[in-house]
Design a protein around this ligand. Structure first.
Ligand code: ATP
Length: 211
């Protein structure tokens, strides 16, 4: 099994590259969905969040209103750290559980986790290999305006609130350039898939021959 962490900036193309790799045969574990699951009403994570952030972040039915929570942590790094400390251990447990389930079915699986804050949250060690999906800021702006209907100013503000994508590059094992049209990205994903398959074989071999 090869565990691949995909990251990048907002609208840099993580979802697009993930979808293309899944079409080639990769498994995908959605970290955002894992976070949703561990925060379900009544869970221990849910209780801790309510204890620390108050019941004003709850919806009428008792579920966590993730938009309200995001608004609080967006402008307060200490609160973001606190939230991560509460949520991450449970998400990591769930990630490991899903990996075990996949491994039982397919020992040679290539498993993708797309994690926007992979480096910021110190999650690199969960993966054998990390990839930054890179798109230059000007193209990020253009794609954000098209996808989300943002003005240029709104798009630039969203990008400015993140770790600059250039700073993520030296932290990753590989940079995947997604600045060109989709047809080019598809052909690059074919090459990337061959490389991941090769790495998967090497890892499998190493585990078989090492005591
Ligand atoms: P977010 O972090 O905001 O969820 P993301 O990194 O997952 O974004 P995507 O949703 O894959 O990014 O891509 C952002 C937008 O850019 C989408 O509308 C997508 O269709 C478009 N897009 C992605 N790659 C390309 C490409 N190579 N050429 C043209 N458009 C693209």
């Amino acid at each position: 099994m090869l565990k691949v962490g995909l990251t990048g900036g907002i609208a840099s193309g993580k979802t697009t590259v993930t979808r293309l790799l899944v079409e080639k045969g990769a498994y995908h574990i959605d970290f955002d969905q894992l976070a949703h699951e561990v925060e379900k009403k009544g869970s221990s994570v849910w209780s801790e969040i309510v204890k620390n952030f108050g019941s004003s972040i709850l919806e009428a039915g008792g579920a966590i209103n993730r938009r309200k929570l995001a608004e609080i942590v967006f402008t307060n790094p200490d609160k973001l750290k606190l939230l991560n400390r509460i949520v991450h251990p449970a998400v990591i447990e769930e990630w490991k559980k899903r990996l075990r389930e996949i491994e039982v079915r397919d020992k040679n699986a290539i498993v993708l986790g797309d994690v926007p804050l992979l480096f910021e949250a110190g999650l690199k060690d969960l993966f054998d290999f990390t990839i930054v999906v890179y798109t230059p800021p000007d193209i990020q702006v253009k794609r954000l305006m098209e996808r989300n209907g943002f003005t240029e100013e709104e798009a630039r503000l969203r990008i400015a609130n993140q770790m600059p994508i250039e700073e993520k590059i030296p932290l990753a094992d590989m940079v995947f350039d997604n600045s060109l049209p989709l047809e080019e990205t598809k052909s690059r994903v074919d090459t990337l898939w061959d490389e991941l398959t090769q790495r998967q074989r090497e890892i499998h071999l190493k585990r078989r021959i090492s005591p």
